[in-house]
Design a protein around this ligand. Structure first.
Ligand SMILES: [Zn+2]
Length: 114
């Protein structure tokens, strides 16, 4: 099987475990990988920060009950949290940093602060 450089995709000559033509290709590849990672991390971090900001804004007193839709209208993304806390009763609080929420029935949400 012909092996190709992970960076420039030219055929590789040499040791069987070689993945790159040379150090330049290796560092190029690693830089690109790093920047994709950085872009992804920035994207997730900014969603989490926005979620936290929304919870903070809607919950100035440390506890609030509101409609789930209110969070959605503000741009809250329910797919991103930083941690969870499950009570003995089995209720699962989901946190974005120190601000959290618990999904209630009737499309309501209880906002809390750690
Ligand atoms: Zn190469």
């Amino acid at each position: 099987m012909e092996r190709r450089c992970l960076d420039c995709e030219q055929p590789i000559i040499g040791r069987a475990d070689k993945k790159f033509c040379d150090d330049a290709c290796r560092s190029n590849h690693n830089n690109r990988l790093h920047s994709e990672e950085t872009i992804y991390l920035r994207k997730v971090n900014s969603i989490l920060k926005r979620n936290r900001k929304i919870l903070e804004t809607l919950n100035p007193d440390g506890k609030a009950k509101l409609k789930r839709k209110t969070l959605q209208d503000e741009g809250f993304d329910f797919g991103y949290i930083t941690s969870t806390y499950t009570t003995k009763k089995g209720d699962q609080y989901r946190y974005c940093y120190e601000y959290g929420y618990l999904l209630l029935g009737n499309d309501e949400v209880l906002l809390v602060k750690r």
